[in-house]
Design a protein around this ligand. Structure first.
Ligand code: UDP
Length: 301
C-alpha cells in the first residue's frame, strides 16, 4: 500500500507497532522525502501536522497464530485503534477506510459469501478477538459516518498473500512455502477439506484504492473467488517446490471456517475491480521472495 501511494506521488505517514510487522518491509521507502515511518500504536491517540486527506486503518494482527497469542492487542486495535483513527479523520476532515475481514462472516452458512450475509460468528471462541473486534470496527465506522458525516469505506478482505509476509506468519501460504523450502512436512489442519481462495497483494491494494475513491459506505468484499481445498493447495505447493517430505495432518483449530469464497459481484459492479493475478503467478513471486529470505536465514546460522 505504501509503495503504491508513494509511486502515485502522495505523502505517506506509516504507523506500526511492529508487533508482527518488520522495518525491513519499508526500509527502501525511508529515503523518500514523502515517506515517514513512526513506530506507534493506533490505540494511543495521535495528531499529525500538515493536511490529511485519507486515513487507511489497516492496523491489526491478522494471522490466527498471532491473534490467538495476542487476543487483547487484537481487540484493542479493532476497537480503541479504530476509534482513534476515526477521530483523526473527523478532526482533519479526512476520508477513512477500514480494512475489515471475511472473518466477519465467521464459519459461514451461506456460500459464497456476499456482503448481505450477516455471518455465523462464535462471540466467545478463540477467534472472537479478531472477528468481533472487526465487526465492532465496522459498526463504529458506520456510526461515525452517520453521526459525524465522515466519509467512510469498509473493505472485507479475504485471504491475501504475497512477498514481505513474515516467514513465521503461520497463515497457510507462508507456512506451506516456508515448510517446503526447509524440507519439512506441510502441516495440513483437519483433513484439508476446508476451502479458501487466495488474492495476490497487488490486486488487493488496487481494490482498496478504488474503494477509497468511491462513495460506497457499506462493506465491500475484496478477494479472489478462485476457491480450492487446503489439501489441493498443499499439493500445488508440493508440485511447485518439489517437496519430498509429504504432509502431516494436525488437529483443526477451533471455529476454523469450513468454506470460504468471496462473492465479488459488488466490487465488480461499483469499483470495476476484479483480481488479475493468477495463483500460479502470485505464488511464483512469493516463492522467490521466500527463497531469498530462507536462504539468508540459513546462511546466517
Ligand atoms: N492451515 C493449515 N495449515 C497451516 C496453516 C493453516 O492447514 O499450517 C489451514 C487453516 O486451518 C485454514 C486455512 O489453512 O483452514 C487458512 O488458514 P490461515 O491461517 O491462512 O487463515 P484463515 O483463513 O484461517 O484466517
Amino acid at each position: 500500500m505504501c509503495d503504491r501511494l508513494i509511486e502515485e506521488g502522495h505523502e505517506v505517514l506509516a504507523l506500526d507497532t511492529l508487533i508482527t510487522g518488520s522495518r525491513r518491509n519499508i526500509e527502501h521507502l525511508l529515503k523518500e522525502q514523502r515517506f515517514e515511518f513512526v513506530e506507534h500504536d493506533v490505540c494511543t491517540p495521535l495528531d499529525v501536522t500538515g493536511d490529511v486527506d485519507r486515513v487507511f486503518h489497516l492496523a491489526s494482527l491478522a494471522s490466527p497464530v498471532f491473534y490467538l497469542k495476542h487476543p487483547i492487542e487484537t481487540l484493542e486495535s479493532g476497537s480503541t485503534g479504530t476509534r482513534n483513527m476515526l477521530e483523526l479523520a473527523v478532526r482533519r476532515r479526512a476520508r477513512f477506510l477500514l480494512t475489515s475481514t471475511s472473518e466477519a462472516y465467521g464459519d459461514p452458512l451461506v456460500h459464497p459469501q456476499a456482503e448481505t450475509y450477516w455471518g455465523n460468528v462464535n462471540p466467545v471462541g478463540l477467534r472472537s478477538c479478531y472477528d468481533e473486534s472487526k465487526r465492532y470496527a465496522e459498526a463504529l465506522t458506520m456510526a461515525y459516518n452517520r453521526v459525524h458525516g465522515v466519509r467512510t469505506n469498509i473493505a472485507r478482505i479475504f485471504n491475501t498473500y504475497g512477498p514481505r509476509m513474515a516467514l513465521n506468519d503461520g497463515r497457510v501460504v507462508p507456512a506451506f512455502i516456508d515448510q517446503a523450502l526447509r524440507g519439512a512436512k506441510l502441516t495440513v489442519f483437519g483433513n484439508g477439506s476446508q476451502t479458501r481462495s487466495f488474492c495476490y497483494v497487488s490486486d488487493l491494494v488496487e481494490g482498496l484504492l478504488r474503494l477509497s475513491e468511491s462513495d460506497e459506505r457499506e462493506p465491500v468484499n475484496l478477494g479472489n473467488p478462485a476457491e480450492m481445498t487446503i489439501l489441493e493447495f498443499a499439493e500445488l505447493i508440493r508440485k511447485q517446490l518439489g517437496d519430498e517430505q509429504g504432509i502431516e495432518f494436525r488437529d483443526l483449530p477451533q471455529d476454523d471456517p469450513k468454506k470460504r469464497q468471496p462473492d465479488i459481484s459488488k466490487a465488480k459492479r461499483i469499483l470495476k475491480w476484479e483480481p488479475g493475478i493468477s495463483l500460479e503467478e502470485g505464488l511464483a513471486k512469493t516463492i522467490d521472495y521466500f527463497k531469498e529470505r530462507v536462504n539468508a536465514e540459513l546462511e546466517a546460522v
